[in-house]
Design a binder for this molecule. Structure first.
Ligand code: DAT
Length: 178
């Protein structure tokens, strides 16, 4: 099915703590009207898309089919900035750019510790970052042309990244006139 939208949909993904929400909030506030931040963890809660709760890792297991059904109408509108550590559930026809954030392990450790994660959950996430799990999911799920990797170790990098993504959006919009 051919999708027509006049604002791109962007996924900002990466290991928990790498800065997805910070990037998404800042990007949406820079882009302004027509763009909306979808924090999938919050949205899954709001729209009751959970299958179960994993006590060992203190996390919810999301019902991905239900979540996707719920989110598809929003994505068809365009202008979605999707913030989640899983990216490959969203069909390629609905996604224009996948940004994979990468963070050094020492910075990631500090952020997750500060967030109050239990040791096993911190270790699981550090392993995930070292093994490039999210990056591999992104390149396996989407054509390479739409996947970019950006480092997110400092506030300066965060600001640069948001400026770069915003410049990309401007070009995309020019290339997709209404
Ligand atoms: P995520 O949504 O990937 O879990 P977050 O945006 O909530 O991550 O950020 C986790 C913490 O790290 C938060 O206190 C903000 C901080 N942070 C995020 N990106 C950063 C960056 N590039 N440089 C410094 N701190 C950053």
């Amino acid at each position: 099915m051919k999708e027509t939208r006049f604002q791109p949909n962007i996924i900002i993904t990466g290991t928990p703590g790498c800065g997805k929400t910070s990037h998404a909030e800042s990007l949406v506030s820079l882009l302004g009207e027509g763009y909306k931040h979808y924090n999938i963890s919050a949205l899954a809660k709001e729209r009751k898309c959970f299958l179960s709760y994993d006590e060992e890792f203190d996390s919810h297991i999301v019902d991905e089919d239900k979540l996707l059904d719920s989110l598809e109408p929003d994505l068809r509108e365009g202008g979605a900035v999707v913030d989640w550590h899983c990216c490959d559930i969203f069909p390629e026809r609905l996604i224009d750019l996948v940004v994979v954030l990468r963070t050094d392990n020492s910075a990631l450790f500090d952020r997750l510790k500060k967030r109050g994660y239990k040791d096993n959950k911190i270790q699981e996430n550090l392993d995930c970052e070292i093994m490039e799990v999210v990056y591999q999911d992104a390149i396996n799920g989407y054509v390479p042309e739409i996947v970019i990797t950006l480092t997110s170790n400092s506030v300066e990098e965060l600001e640069d990244n948001v400026d770069r993504i915003s410049a990309w959006v401007e070009t995309w919009v020019k290339d997709h006139p209404q």
